[in-house]
Design a protein around this ligand. Sequence first.
Ligand code: SF4
Length: 275
Amino acid sequence: MAKRVESPSSINTFKQCKRKYYHQYIEKLPTLPNIHQVRGNIAHSTLEHFYNIEVSDWTKENFSQKVQLTIQQLFLHQWKAYEKKLKDLHLNPDQEKFYFEETMMMLMNWANHFTGELNERLLKNGTSLPEAFMELTPIREQEFSSDNYSVHGFIDAIKHLEDEVHIIDYKTNSSFEIKDSIKLQLAIYSLLYHEKHGKLPSKVGIFFLRHKLKMINVDEDLLNLAKREVELIHAHTSITEDKQDYPRNITPLCKWSTGKCDFYDTCKPHGEKKR
Ligand code: SF4
C-alpha cells in the first residue's frame, strides 16, 4: 500500500484517536464546520492580507493608528467574505456578536504587538517606515511538501530577521501553552524547512492571538521528534486500512460540555442513545 501524505493535523488526529483518523482520512467522512475554525480562518486571512497593503502614506506620527485601522477594515472585509459560512453555523445574534468582538479583540492585540515591532525597527539606524514594514513582512501561507517523508503542511509566516529565520503559526486558542500536539506541529514544520533549505530555522513558535508570541529553539531533538512520529504513522497506515486496526480512544475529547467529536454519531463511543 502506498504511503499516505500526512500533515501535522492528520498525525495529531492519529495520535489522539485512531478511529477518528480512520473516519476523517481513510473513510473521508465530512467534518462539521464550527465557529472556532471559521473565525480562525477569518483571522488568518486578515493577517495574511495585512502585509499586502500600501504604506506609502504612513508616517512615524500616524503608523500606529494606520495599523489599527487597516486591521479593522481587513477584518470587517473578511467577516463579510465568510458570511455564508457563518450563516451555515446557525449562531444566534448574541453568539455571532460575541465571536465577532472576541476575534476583533485578538486582532487588535496582534496589531499592538506589530506596532511595537515596527516602532523598534524605526528607532534602529534611522530606518524608513516602508523599509521597516518590508523588513517585518514574512513569507505567508507557504506550502511545504516532502516526498521523502510523505508529509506536507502550510506555514502561516516565515520571518527573516537579520541572520535568523523564525517560523510562526497563528492560533486563536484560549490556552497559552505549547502543548505536545503544537510542539509536534512545529517540529514537522522544522523538518520540512530543513529538508527544503538545508538548514534549520532558528526558532519556531505560535502567535497566540489572545496573548502573545511564544517561541522555542529548534534543535536535533525537535527534528527527531518529527521524524519518529512521521515514521510511526506511516508504519501503521501504509499496511492497513481495516477499521478494526483503528480502535476508538474514548476520552473527554469525544464529547464535552459545548461540543463533540465530528464523528461522535457514527462512532457511538458511549453506545446507542436510548429513545
Ligand atoms: S467519538 Fe471519540 S472514540 Fe469516536 S472517533 Fe471521535 S474521538 Fe474517537
